[in-house]
Design a protein around this ligand. Structure first.
Ligand SMILES: Cc1cc2nc3c(=O)[nH]c(=O)nc-3n(C[C@H](O)[C@H](O)[C@H](O)COP(=O)(O)O)c2cc1C
Length: 321
């Protein structure tokens, strides 16, 4: 299917997740069948300053494509200059973050603060559109404390947004309460560009339900994909009318190992340990003995030792199976 001018193989896409959607996460999601994967939000200013951590965030592997790079910032000139850098990168879409509710981002006038100022939001979007050849999309929330999409979005579309991703919560809701899927259906009824629905998809069945009940063009999955990249293959199975394939212990073990190896290659040993402790727990989620595994891995600072503990954990489960 086509989305915002690019071809994607599935309408289920992996969300931008700060601190999570690094290349290993994206690669595993893409392999499992995500139609599109997003980098975490990348600061335009930090990219211009070539801050090493930000440059690492913007790194993309050829095998994970199609990939969207998400930019955030508060100054149209910075966004324009950052877009010129991104223009030369191997990314398929450039997404502009207008939904981040974090106080430190809003205080700068970035993320969801742009929803309060439709004219500045449109100026920011135009700055990106005019300075990179890739299609530009926007990810936003409903509004600060009510649905103001009809005030904000027409300007963004006129400025060149090729698709919109709606996390169907207000800014004040943060991550609380329930995402309002009826708002996605409402948006779809008038929005002239494709709509990607997002919020509270907790299972493959939810993903299909969002697609069917809201009429959105694609569904973005965030938290439910942490440690479960196979949610994309299950959603694709359901969409195709197939029984969803199960996730075996061997699949979890292999994913954990691959995630570790890629993280080590990309971030070095220290960075890998930091990310991996978090990820190991996600891959172990729901399995017997996961709590004790978490406890024993907590103080470990060395990748080899973490992998040894993970190996023992999976060995025990395989023997018991
Ligand atoms: C840990 C975490 C980090 C996030 N980072 C980003 C981000 O960098 N950019 C963004 O647009 N949204 C970010 N989000 C929001 C998600 O992309 C998504 O909109 C939200 O989690 C709702 O989807 P879900 O219910 O499927 O998780 C983040 C959410 C979480 C939980």
């Amino acid at each position: 299917m086509q989305l915002a001018g690019i071809t994607i193989k599935s309408p289920f896409v992996a969300a931008p997740l700060a601190g999570v959607s690094s290349p290993p996460f994206r690669l595993l999601a893409a392999r499992a069948g995500a139609g599109l994967v997003y980098t975490e939000m990348v600061s335009a200013l930090a990219l211009l300053r070539r801050q090493p951590q930000t440059v690492r965030m913007a790194r993309v592997l050829p095998e994970e494509r199609p990939v969207a790079l998400q930019l955030f910032g508060q100054d149209p000139e910075d966004m324009a200059r950052a877009a010129r850098l991104v223009a030369a990168m191997p990314v398929d879409l450039v997404d502009v973050n207008m939904g981040c509710p974090a106080r430190k981002v809003r205080r700068q006038g970035a993320g969801s603060a742009l929803l309060d100022e439709p004219a500045r939001a449109a100026e920011m979007l135009a700055a990106v559109v005019e300075n990179c050849p890739q299609p530009v999309t926007v990810k936003l929330r409903l509004g600060y404390q009510r649905d103001t999409l009809e005030e904000v979005l027409p300007g963004l579309i006129a400025a060149g947004a090729k698709a919109v991703c709606l996390h169907a919560r207000t800014v004040v809701q943060g991550f609380g309460g329930q995402a309002d899927w009826s708002a996605i259906a409402r948006l779809k009824s008038w929005c002239p560009v494709p709509v990607i629905g997002n919020g509270d998809v907790r299972s493959a069945r939810d993903a299909l339900a969002m697609l069917e009940t809201t009429g959105c063009d694609a569904v973005m999955i965030g938290r439910a994909a942490m440690g479960d990249p196979w949610i994309f293959s299950r959603a694709n199975d359901l969409l195709a009318g197939r029984a969803p394939a199960g996730v075996s212990l061997a699949m979890r073990r292999a994913a954990l190992w691959e995630h570790a190896e890629l993280a080590r290659q990309l971030n070095g040993e220290g960075g890998a340990v930091h990310f991996l402790r978090q990820f190991m727990m996600w891959y172990a989620k729901g399995l017997p003995g996961a709590t004790e595994f978490r406890r024993s891995a907590g103080p470990v600072r060395e990748l080899g030792e973490l992998l040894r503990l993970a190996g023992e954990f999976f060995d025990r489960l395989e023997q018991a199976a």
